[in-house]
Design a protein around this ligand. Structure first.
Ligand code: 4AD
Ligand code: MG
Length: 473
């Protein structure tokens, strides 16, 4: 791979590389990239050895295989290059038609050609970082004795209440079977009941934790919420650890440790990509007014996360901070905070993180009415042991809680919140047999990738984004 050859360890050897041409200069120098690194290797060819027709086939995007000696480069900009003695064109790329020209393309344009955007420096860097983060997450949990659990994608439970769900059916939509009272007759559907794509693997992960003590899921989740924002996807990947014999403090510690570990991992393994992304961000921010630019460059910001404890405070304390803020007093928020009980909007979360504390914040103990039924009730009878982690530039990156392990209290909560207990006997069984304190959280993978890469739109950190009106590729 080009990454290895560029280290220069194999100077003097005959090597073979395969890749795609980025540029071809002076009928002599091919910049070749194979995706293993952001850097290209320079192929030097002797144009006297090729006819004009062959030379014309070397264009941006052409797939090439080259063999030759790896030598020290005399030219500027690279340590090594390959003196090619055998060049094979594997696949042509018509320069009149190839959409990726060697110039700057907008992110919006590249989203339209997401099938080719991996071949740009920016997206090469993003998806190598994404890969590293994914590996780091598995390594983190594996090293700590967690069992990786695959929770179902298709589910009949809609208990989470996390968002609108996508329906899964094999019924003929042009001729839907109906029951006598005019409802859709799901008895005739594939699963003989109504099913959806999962919004979270948590409930099943809880069952796993009650046997393996420590589990995590890492898979796709689906939400049909019509939020056309730069932070939401209809299909996103979520990491959901669940730990038994653990409370909310253990949960917060685990989340903070995981976030720091994965960020550190990319700093150790993806520095070239991060340096490139940092420059990209600096260029992008030059277009913005001074007060909208980041205070820190990308790598400094990542190190800042590692070096600082996350600020931990309760929802009630956060409301006090917000009520005291000039922003709120002068009604600068779109949703002015009137008092305790208000659901925090992303503008409030960002105020706390970016303006007030200037570092990641963990908010705990939210009002029970704005959180899910399974969260453990505090002694005050008003708040639950929830915790959300808020990140600068992102807002909520993690949402979790200690779970209600007491059957009677849980049943009361389900009743209050209209969660159908009779359909969830499987879930309630863990509270009937050997119930124990447990906690967990969900980390939105793309939000983590967004943070680490410094990109601003979540559609640019997943290979093929799904959002309202778009399921292309
Ligand atoms: O806060 P959420 O909805 O929590 C749950 O689903 C819990 N069952 C997790 C648990 O305790 N096991 O989602 C968790 C995280 C959010 O903090 C956010 O990072 C991400 O998932 N997320 C999304 N990311 C992209 N697009 C969306 N539409 C998202 N919705 C949530
Ligand atoms: Mg949440």
């Amino acid at each position: 791979m080009i990454k290895e050859l560029l280290t220069g360890n194999r100077i003097g050897e005959t090597v073979k590389v395969n890749g795609w041409a980025r540029t071809f200069r002076n009928n002599q120098f091919i910049a070749l990239n194979d995706g293993s690194t952001i850097n290209n290797i320079q192929l030097v060819i002797d144009f006297n050895e090729y006819d004009d027709k062959t030379l014309k086939r070397i264009n941006p995007g052409t797939a090439i295989s080259a063999t030759g000696e790896l030598v020290e480069s005399l030219g500027k900009g690279q340590k090594v290059e390959i003196k090619v003695n055998k060049l094979v064109i594997l696949g042509d790329s018509d320069p009149e038609k190839y959409p990726l020209q060697p110039k700057k393309h907008s992110l919006e344009f590249l989203r339209e050609i997401a099938h080719l955007r991996f071949r740009t420096n920016t997206f090469g860097a993003i998806f190598r970082v994404r890969n590293s983060l994914s590996f780091a997450i598995h390594k983190f949990f594996n090293d700590r004795g967690f069992v990786y659990m695959h929770t179902p994608i298709i589910t009949a439970s809609d208990a989470e209440g996390a968002g609108e769900m996508f329906k899964v059916t094999t019924l003929n939509l042009n001729d839907v079977p109906k029951t006598e009272d005019g409802q859709v007759d799901y008895k005739q559907d594939f699963f003989e009941k109504a099913t959806n794509l999962t919004v979270s693997g948590q409930l099943e992960a809880e069952l796993g934790a009650m046997a393996f003590s420590k589990v995590y899921t890492f898979g796709p989740t689906f939400r049909a919420e019509n939020s056309n924002t730069s932070r939401h996807l209809a299909e996103f990947w979520m990491i959901e650890p669940e730990i038994a014999f653990a409370d909310i403090v253990d949960d917060m510690n685990l989340a903070e440790e995981l976030l720091k570990y994965t960020i550190k991992y990319t700093l150790e393994h993806n520095m070239e990509d991060l340096e490139f992304l940092e420059q990209r961000l600096l260029q992008e921010e030059k277009q913005k007014p001074q007060n909208q630019r980041s205070e820190m460059a990308l790598i400094e910001k990542l190190n800042f996360i590692l070096d600082n404890d996350f600020e931990r405070l309760t929802y009630t304390e956060a409301i006090e901070v917000l009520m005291r803020s000039k922003q709120n007093k002068k009604k600068k928020f779109k949703y002015v905070i009137e008092g305790w009980g208000a659901d925090l909007q992303s503008e409030h979360e960002r105020y706390l993180v970016e303006k007030h504390f200037k570092k990641p914040v963990i908010l705990t103990d939210y009002p029970k009415d704005i959180k899910a039924f399974y969260m453990k009730m505090n002694e005050d009878g008003k708040t639950v042991r929830a915790m959300d982690i808020l990140f600068p530039g992102i807002g909520e990156i993690v949402g979790g809680s200690q779970r209600e392990e007491k059957l009677d209290i849980l049943l009361d909560r389900m009743n209050e919140m209209d969660v159908p207990a009779d359909e969830m006997q499987w879930y309630l069984d863990t509270r009937r047999f050997g119930s124990a304190e447990h906690a967990g959280f969900g980390l939105g993978f793309e939000r983590l990738v967004l943070f680490v890469t410094g990109m601003s739109n979540i559609r640019d950190v997943i290979p093929f984004p799904r959002y309202p009106g778009s399921a292309k590729f």
